[in-house]
Ligand binder design. Sequence first.
Ligand code: PEQ
Ligand code: MG
Length: 302
Amino acid sequence: MSNKSFKLENINDIKRVFDSIDTFIFDCDGVIWRANNLIKGVKEALTLMKKNNKRTIFVTNNSTKTREEYFKKFSSFDLPIDINDIFSSAYSTAYYLRNVLDFPKDKRVYVLGTQGLIKEIEDVGVNAFGYEDNITEPFASEEDIFNEVKPDDSVGAVVVGFDMKVNYKKYSKAYTYITSNPDCHFLVTNSDITYPVQNFVLPEAGSVVAPLIAAVKNKEPVFLGKPTANMINCISQKFNLDLKRACMVGDRLDTDMVFGKNNNITTLLVLTGVTSEEALLNQDKIIPDYYIEGLNSFNQIQ
Ligand SMILES: C[C@H](OP(=O)(O)O)C(=O)O
Ligand SMILES: [Mg+2]
């Protein structure tokens, strides 16, 4: 086991690794795009992989969109992918509710998150609500809270995801459902504390849920995206992958690279997202097998 990540720079090293892999599992934010900006060379790299009969799967911890909405985003960049190759933490959360919890029909899920997350959960036949709490004005008074926020045993789970419209009403409801009902599950789509946008990072679901984790003392949250086993179970349930010839390509050490290592998948870190070369080399906790400037580097291979 090497204690140093190997930088793929020259074409021979890149081609050697490329030829040893049948399935590339790609993270999205910071690898394929940064927010709504396609990263340079990605389209050419994915086209090269298709030409070489490589399977490409996309596994994003971003819980804000349904797979259809993600497919539209991929298509808007004219990227050669199939909707069935897309897995998000919203989809893995829906998979968990349906296949692991066998979520009861007479219960419902309070979602502190987007409409896309709610839709993905409803698409597996689970009753979800919470979007109506996207209030634009602050509470008029404490009375508003006392009148609206009450224990409710019909809520069998609270799911927290990335939410740009998070507010005190949502936190109050989520806290009350979780702590007033011992059987209410506390689920979080992903643990990413930040995500990459143009040339900086912004808080993500791991930062959205942090105040709730601080307040809820009697219940540990269950995370469902990378690097948890739930995400690989959700993928393996759909595809029979030979993980020995798979490679996890990501930009975040504590989710993407740990996800690969947890599943004995070759790990390749790209420097187009949240992790700089300096940050990688200045730590020794998580050592990817390889690292590379970006997917663009594959385009040297013909
Ligand atoms: C970081 C994460 O996306 P990913 O990098 O997993 O595609 C997110 O944007 O929530
Ligand atoms: Mg990423």
